[in-house]
Design a protein around this ligand. Structure first.
Ligand SMILES: [Zn+2]
Length: 139
């Protein structure tokens, strides 16, 4: 049973996060250790359609204490409001940087990692900018 769902999970994550394998493997790692409890540690619901592991520090540490179980709704809210981890790095970037990042990006040639190094942020942050998850107000 874990085999099949695991494969599906990998495919889902791939769609969602591209080739960010660190994030992917970490989520699989946490699931094999803590499973998939159907309870949100924030709003305490047990009736949500989906529950996810949220990374507390945003640094994706291989530490079970750095994860908490949230329903999708709370997870979104948590990601939007979390001042920790990735988020605060973003404030280092200016509007100009965002535009530069989008301009410089060439898949496989000048990719996430190179951009991340150049701008002093994490690759996940670059991915989010490129996918316009954040900085939506900048076109
Ligand atoms: Zn919740």
């Amino acid at each position: 049973m874990p085999q099949k769902s695991m494969v599906r999970k990998v495919v889902d994550q791939e769609k969602k996060y591209g080739n960010n394998s660190r994030y992917r493997t970490l989520h699989i790692w946490i699931e094999t250790r803590l499973g998939n409890p159907r309870k949100c540690s924030n709003c305490r619901t047990t009736k949500a359609k989906k529950f996810e592991w949220a990374n507390i520090s945003g640094k994706y540490k291989k530490n079970i204490k750095d994860f908490k179980r949230l329903c999708t709704k709370c997870h979104r809210k948590f990601d939007d409001t979390s001042p920790k981890g990735e988020k605060h790095h973003w404030s280092k970037l200016t509007k100009k940087d965002i535009l530069k990042i989008r301009k410089y990006y060439i898949p496989y040639i000048f990719g996430f990692k190179k951009l991340a190094k150049k701008f002093g942020v994490s690759p996940t942050c670059i991915v989010a900018i490129l996918k316009r998850k954040n900085w939506k107000h900048i076109k």
